[in-house]
Design a protein around this ligand. Structure first.
Ligand code: AMP
Length: 217
Protein backbone atom coordinates (compact mmCIF):
# COMPACT_ATOMS: atom_id res chain seq x y z
CA UNK A 1 0.00 0.00 0.00
CA UNK A 2 1.25 3.44 -0.95
CA UNK A 3 -0.70 6.17 0.83
CA UNK A 4 -0.51 9.96 1.05
CA UNK A 5 -1.78 12.08 3.95
CA UNK A 6 -2.94 15.41 2.58
CA UNK A 7 -4.21 18.44 4.48
CA UNK A 8 -3.31 21.92 5.71
CA UNK A 9 -0.59 22.51 8.31
CA UNK A 10 -2.06 21.69 11.71
CA UNK A 11 -4.64 19.22 10.35
CA UNK A 12 -3.07 16.37 12.36
CA UNK A 13 -1.09 14.59 9.65
CA UNK A 14 1.99 14.23 11.88
CA UNK A 15 -0.18 12.97 14.75
CA UNK A 16 -1.93 10.34 12.65
CA UNK A 17 0.76 9.17 10.23
CA UNK A 18 2.17 6.53 12.60
CA UNK A 19 -1.24 5.01 13.25
CA UNK A 20 -2.03 4.64 9.56
CA UNK A 21 1.43 3.22 8.81
CA UNK A 22 1.22 0.73 11.69
CA UNK A 23 -2.20 -0.40 10.50
CA UNK A 24 -0.81 -1.06 7.02
CA UNK A 25 2.49 -2.53 8.27
CA UNK A 26 4.59 -0.09 6.25
CA UNK A 27 7.07 2.71 7.02
CA UNK A 28 6.15 6.35 7.02
CA UNK A 29 7.95 9.60 6.47
CA UNK A 30 7.28 13.28 7.13
CA UNK A 31 9.13 15.48 4.67
CA UNK A 32 9.25 18.26 7.28
CA UNK A 33 11.03 15.87 9.70
CA UNK A 34 13.57 14.95 7.03
CA UNK A 35 14.30 18.64 6.55
CA UNK A 36 14.43 19.29 10.31
CA UNK A 37 16.95 16.44 10.71
CA UNK A 38 19.15 18.11 8.10
CA UNK A 39 18.75 21.48 9.84
CA UNK A 40 19.78 19.90 13.17
CA UNK A 41 22.85 18.33 11.56
CA UNK A 42 23.62 21.67 9.88
CA UNK A 43 24.19 19.89 6.55
CA UNK A 44 24.31 21.81 3.29
CA UNK A 45 20.73 20.76 2.54
CA UNK A 46 19.73 21.75 6.08
CA UNK A 47 21.14 25.25 5.69
CA UNK A 48 19.35 25.69 2.38
CA UNK A 49 16.04 24.29 3.70
CA UNK A 50 16.16 26.44 6.81
CA UNK A 51 16.18 29.66 4.82
CA UNK A 52 12.76 28.69 3.43
CA UNK A 53 11.29 26.88 6.44
CA UNK A 54 11.79 29.64 9.01
CA UNK A 55 9.63 32.01 6.99
CA UNK A 56 6.97 29.44 6.19
CA UNK A 57 7.86 29.10 2.50
CA UNK A 58 8.21 25.83 0.60
CA UNK A 59 11.66 24.42 -0.11
CA UNK A 60 12.18 24.33 -3.93
CA UNK A 61 10.67 21.33 -5.72
CA UNK A 62 13.89 19.88 -7.17
CA UNK A 63 15.60 19.68 -3.76
CA UNK A 64 12.48 18.31 -2.04
CA UNK A 65 11.75 15.72 -4.73
CA UNK A 66 15.32 14.42 -4.64
CA UNK A 67 15.29 14.10 -0.85
CA UNK A 68 11.91 12.32 -0.58
CA UNK A 69 12.56 10.06 -3.58
CA UNK A 70 15.79 8.98 -1.90
CA UNK A 71 13.69 7.74 1.02
CA UNK A 72 10.96 6.18 -1.14
CA UNK A 73 13.43 4.28 -3.31
CA UNK A 74 15.18 2.61 -0.35
CA UNK A 75 14.63 -1.18 -0.27
CA UNK A 76 12.81 -0.95 3.12
CA UNK A 77 9.97 0.87 1.38
CA UNK A 78 9.33 -1.90 -1.15
CA UNK A 79 6.18 -2.99 0.76
CA UNK A 80 4.73 0.50 0.57
CA UNK A 81 4.70 3.68 2.64
CA UNK A 82 2.69 6.52 4.10
CA UNK A 83 3.77 10.05 3.18
CA UNK A 84 3.08 13.09 5.35
CA UNK A 85 3.78 16.52 3.91
CA UNK A 86 4.72 15.31 0.43
CA UNK A 87 3.63 16.02 -2.26
CA UNK A 88 2.82 19.65 -1.58
CA UNK A 89 2.81 21.01 -5.15
CA UNK A 90 1.49 19.75 -8.47
CA UNK A 91 5.10 19.38 -9.69
CA UNK A 92 5.88 17.11 -6.70
CA UNK A 93 2.71 15.07 -7.33
CA UNK A 94 3.71 14.67 -10.98
CA UNK A 95 7.22 13.50 -10.05
CA UNK A 96 5.79 11.01 -7.55
CA UNK A 97 3.29 9.66 -10.09
CA UNK A 98 6.07 9.22 -12.63
CA UNK A 99 8.32 7.43 -10.12
CA UNK A 100 5.48 5.06 -9.13
CA UNK A 101 4.47 4.41 -12.70
CA UNK A 102 4.87 0.70 -13.39
CA UNK A 103 5.08 -0.01 -9.65
CA UNK A 104 1.30 0.08 -9.09
CA UNK A 105 0.98 3.81 -8.41
CA UNK A 106 -0.49 5.47 -5.32
CA UNK A 107 -3.40 3.59 -3.74
CA UNK A 108 -5.07 6.18 -1.57
CA UNK A 109 -4.89 9.85 -0.61
CA UNK A 110 -6.36 10.60 2.80
CA UNK A 111 -7.39 14.24 2.96
CA UNK A 112 -7.77 15.58 6.50
CA UNK A 113 -10.01 18.63 6.32
CA UNK A 114 -10.03 21.19 9.18
CA UNK A 115 -11.45 24.76 9.19
CA UNK A 116 -8.79 27.47 9.00
CA UNK A 117 -9.68 29.16 12.32
CA UNK A 118 -9.08 25.88 14.14
CA UNK A 119 -5.71 25.42 12.39
CA UNK A 120 -4.33 28.71 13.69
CA UNK A 121 -5.18 27.84 17.28
CA UNK A 122 -3.74 24.32 16.93
CA UNK A 123 -0.46 25.48 15.40
CA UNK A 124 0.10 28.23 17.96
CA UNK A 125 -0.24 25.67 20.79
CA UNK A 126 1.90 22.98 19.16
CA UNK A 127 5.04 21.59 20.80
CA UNK A 128 7.29 19.01 19.16
CA UNK A 129 9.87 16.58 20.55
CA UNK A 130 13.40 17.49 19.53
CA UNK A 131 14.43 13.81 19.46
CA UNK A 132 11.56 11.73 18.03
CA UNK A 133 9.41 14.53 16.47
CA UNK A 134 6.19 13.48 18.28
CA UNK A 135 3.79 16.44 18.22
CA UNK A 136 1.83 17.64 21.30
CA UNK A 137 -0.62 20.46 21.84
CA UNK A 138 -0.53 22.51 25.02
CA UNK A 139 -4.37 22.48 25.13
CA UNK A 140 -5.62 19.46 23.18
CA UNK A 141 -2.98 16.82 23.86
CA UNK A 142 -0.48 18.04 26.46
CA UNK A 143 2.47 15.85 27.52
CA UNK A 144 2.19 14.12 30.92
CA UNK A 145 5.24 16.01 32.18
CA UNK A 146 5.64 19.63 31.10
CA UNK A 147 8.33 20.13 28.45
CA UNK A 148 9.14 16.39 28.16
CA UNK A 149 8.13 13.86 25.51
CA UNK A 150 5.93 11.00 26.85
CA UNK A 151 7.51 8.56 24.40
CA UNK A 152 11.25 9.20 24.67
CA UNK A 153 11.74 11.83 27.39
CA UNK A 154 13.14 14.26 24.78
CA UNK A 155 12.83 18.01 25.12
CA UNK A 156 9.72 19.70 23.67
CA UNK A 157 10.05 22.96 21.77
CA UNK A 158 7.97 25.34 19.66
CA UNK A 159 8.92 25.22 15.99
CA UNK A 160 10.17 28.54 14.59
CA UNK A 161 7.53 28.27 11.84
CA UNK A 162 4.68 27.82 14.37
CA UNK A 163 5.07 31.47 15.39
CA UNK A 164 2.17 33.68 14.18
CA UNK A 165 3.77 35.34 11.16
CA UNK A 166 5.10 32.08 9.70
CA UNK A 167 1.77 30.34 10.42
CA UNK A 168 -0.10 32.94 8.35
CA UNK A 169 2.38 32.51 5.51
CA UNK A 170 2.18 28.70 5.64
CA UNK A 171 -1.61 28.78 5.40
CA UNK A 172 -1.40 31.11 2.38
CA UNK A 173 1.15 28.83 0.73
CA UNK A 174 -1.09 25.84 1.44
CA UNK A 175 -4.08 27.43 -0.29
CA UNK A 176 -2.06 28.47 -3.33
CA UNK A 177 0.31 25.51 -3.82
CA UNK A 178 -1.10 22.46 -2.04
CA UNK A 179 -4.90 22.76 -2.05
CA UNK A 180 -5.04 22.15 -5.83
CA UNK A 181 -3.85 18.61 -5.05
CA UNK A 182 -7.25 17.87 -3.49
CA UNK A 183 -8.92 18.16 -6.92
CA UNK A 184 -5.95 16.53 -8.66
CA UNK A 185 -6.30 13.37 -6.57
CA UNK A 186 -10.12 13.52 -6.47
CA UNK A 187 -10.19 13.49 -10.27
CA UNK A 188 -8.05 10.36 -10.21
CA UNK A 189 -10.53 8.65 -7.86
CA UNK A 190 -7.92 8.34 -5.11
CA UNK A 191 -9.20 10.85 -2.55
CA UNK A 192 -10.91 9.96 0.73
CA UNK A 193 -11.94 13.00 2.77
CA UNK A 194 -11.95 12.78 6.56
CA UNK A 195 -13.30 15.43 8.92
CA UNK A 196 -10.25 16.36 10.98
CA UNK A 197 -12.09 18.67 13.37
CA UNK A 198 -12.71 15.84 15.86
CA UNK A 199 -10.72 14.12 18.62
CA UNK A 200 -7.40 12.44 17.77
CA UNK A 201 -9.01 9.06 18.42
CA UNK A 202 -12.03 9.69 16.16
CA UNK A 203 -9.92 11.05 13.30
CA UNK A 204 -7.49 8.10 13.61
CA UNK A 205 -10.35 5.61 13.39
CA UNK A 206 -11.86 7.36 10.37
CA UNK A 207 -8.50 7.36 8.56
CA UNK A 208 -7.93 3.67 9.19
CA UNK A 209 -11.46 2.93 7.94
CA UNK A 210 -10.93 5.05 4.83
CA UNK A 211 -7.69 3.29 3.97
CA UNK A 212 -9.10 -0.18 4.69
CA UNK A 213 -12.09 0.36 2.38
CA UNK A 214 -9.63 0.87 -0.44
CA UNK A 215 -7.78 -2.36 0.36
CA UNK A 216 -11.01 -4.35 0.06
CA UNK A 217 -12.33 -2.63 -3.02
P1 AMP B 1 5.87 20.40 7.95
O1 AMP B 1 6.58 19.79 9.10
O2 AMP B 1 5.25 19.39 7.04
O3 AMP B 1 4.91 21.48 8.37
O4 AMP B 1 6.98 21.12 7.07
C1 AMP B 1 7.76 22.18 7.58
C2 AMP B 1 8.42 22.96 6.47
O5 AMP B 1 9.30 22.11 5.73
C3 AMP B 1 7.47 23.52 5.43
O6 AMP B 1 6.87 24.75 5.82
C4 AMP B 1 8.42 23.70 4.25
O7 AMP B 1 9.26 24.80 4.43
C5 AMP B 1 9.27 22.44 4.35
N1 AMP B 1 8.63 21.33 3.61
C6 AMP B 1 8.16 20.16 4.13
N2 AMP B 1 7.66 19.37 3.16
C7 AMP B 1 7.81 20.06 1.99
C8 AMP B 1 7.46 19.80 0.64
N3 AMP B 1 6.84 18.67 0.28
N4 AMP B 1 7.76 20.74 -0.28
C9 AMP B 1 8.40 21.89 0.05
N5 AMP B 1 8.72 22.20 1.31
C10 AMP B 1 8.45 21.31 2.28
Amino acid sequence: MRVILLGPPGAGKGTQVERVAKHLGVNRVSSGDLFRDHVQKNSELGRLARSYMDRGALVPDDVTIRMVMGWINAPEQAKGFVLDGFPRTLAQAGALAQAMNGKGGIHRVLYINVPEAELVSRLSGRLVCRSCHTPYNSKMSPPKKEGKCDKCGGQLYQREDDKPEAVRKRLQVYVKETEPLVEYYRSKGLLAEVNGGRSIEEVGKALVEAVTQQVHR
